[in-house]
Design a binder for this molecule. Structure first.
Ligand code: NAP
Ligand code: FE
Length: 366
């Protein structure tokens, strides 16, 4: 067994966990609440958070300008808003986009001289503000990961920052906040969680307790995905299962990382607006084929946890809506140039590895 694991986020799980643990939200005296357009309100999470803050005598301002695939410019602007409001901590309420943005905002808020792009340099004069998170989608696991995926406005390219300063101090995981997700978002975020669990599972780092986490959430996520493939009315117990499983999957990727479907998926999101989870799921079939070829023991374990691989591929395909997206050889080769100088860790971590040429040929199949 060779593995290492570091998972320092204090998590509160279960229905009512925000209101029942209001003292845990008190990371300071004043906070900037960060949200997207409407989900924080729609899910009920914003009201509960405000009640908890008021109970703890914490003042707050709200920044509701974070969109999907958060832009560094929006995070930078929110950092300024945090300073203006005198916030000494950040409270992010939303899906992965808002949770990731909150981690970046905490860095910008503490570093007035940091330009938007310089966040990627990962050298700051002051420590990031503490962050509290409340999740409203069952997908990214950002509640527990030390990662924030940000989009560079100038290039349109998604790039992560990661490190101990990207851990939230506290996360509240209440599945009820995910109940308001529309069906398509539910499917896409569930596919993302499945991608995390499966990609993480097949890395060599996934051993010991991390393998246990993956083996817990893979069958649960697949069970839920099979149900989502049959009905668009999602029972609450399925939503609960999906949410908790997505957090387990977050613990897996936080320590093991993801494999090649994630960076290939970024191309579909950046250029064709495909939601993140669907974009990663688009590469499930070629990924699992490589796992069968290069990682036999884990592949057999994966099939025991789910089903015959062809059946699993069919279920994932039936849920993956890529619209009319067609890439083809020429465009695929251009997109793949981004991996020309540095092959991502995700490629090396994939069973059998992946070269830039192989990535281009997989992209060309879309
Ligand atoms: P998202 O982009 O946060 O949200 C997608 C849409 O769903 C938004 O329109 C949002 O609305 C809406 N929504 C969220 N919760 C809702 C609810 N409870 N009810 C109704 N609508 C709701 O989706 P996501 O898949 O969770 O996050 C994707 C991002 O996370 C990507 O940028 C991806 O790269 C990143 N990611 C991060 C990690 C990590 O480890 N940090 C891992 C994987 C992916 P509002 O705009 O109103 O909020
Ligand atoms: Fe993801």
């Amino acid at each position: 067994m060779t593995y290492s694991a570091y998972m320092p986020v204090k998590c509160f799980w279960g229905n009512g966990c925000v209101c029942n643990n209001s003292s845990a939200i008190a990371l300071g005296k004043s906070c900037l609440i960060v949200t997207g357009k409407s989900s924080a309100k729609l899910s009920g999470a914003l009201d509960d958070a405000i009640s908890a803050l008021e109970k703890e005598n914490i003042s707050y301002a709200i920044f509701d300008g974070i969109g999907e695939n958060p832009l560094i410019s929006a995070c930078h602007k929110a950092g300024e808003a945090a300073r203006k409001a005198g916030a000494d901590f950040i409270l992010g309420i939303g899906g992965g986009s808002v949770l990731d943005a909150s981690k970046a905002i905490a860095i910008y808020a503490a570093n007035a001289d940091l330009s938007p792009i310089d966040i990627y340099k990962r050298e700051y004069s002051s420590k990031a503000l503490p962050v509290a998170l409340i999740g409203t989608t069952a997908g990214t696991g950002s509640e527990v990961t030390a990662v924030a995926v940000l989009t560079n406005d100038e290039t349109g390219i998604k790039k992560s920052i990661s490190g101990p300063d990207c851990y939230a101090s506290v996360s509240f995981c209440d599945p009820e906040y995910t109940f308001s997700m529309p069906y398509k978002t539910t499917v896409s975020t569930a596919l993302d969680a499945f991608a995390h669990a499966v990609e993480g599972f097949f890395t060599v780092k996934c051993d010991g307790v991390l393998r246990l986490f993956a083996e817990k959430c893979i069958p649960e996520l697949y069970f839920c995905l099979e149900i989502l493939s049959k009905t668009d009315t999602v029972p609450e117990e399925i939503r609960e299962k999906l949410y908790y499983a997505s957090v387990y999957a977050g613990l897996v990727i936080n320590n093991c990382g993801t494999a090649f479907p994630h960076p290939l998926g970024y191309v579909l999101t950046e250029n064709y607006g495909i939601p993140h989870g669907m974009a990663c799921a688009a590469f499930f079939a070629p990924f699992i084929d490589r796992c069968a070829e290069f990682s036999n023991e884990k592949f057999n374990a994966f099939c025991r946890m789910t089903d015959d691989a062809d059946k699993v591929k069919a279920v994932i395909k039936s849920l993956t809506d890529l619209g009319n997206t067609v890439i083809g050889k020429e465009k695929a080769e251009n997109y793949a140039l981004r991996w020309q100088s540095v092959i991502p860790r995700n490629f090396t971590a994939s069973p059998g590895g992946l070269t830039m040429e192989e990535a281009a040929s997989i992209l060309a199949e879309i």
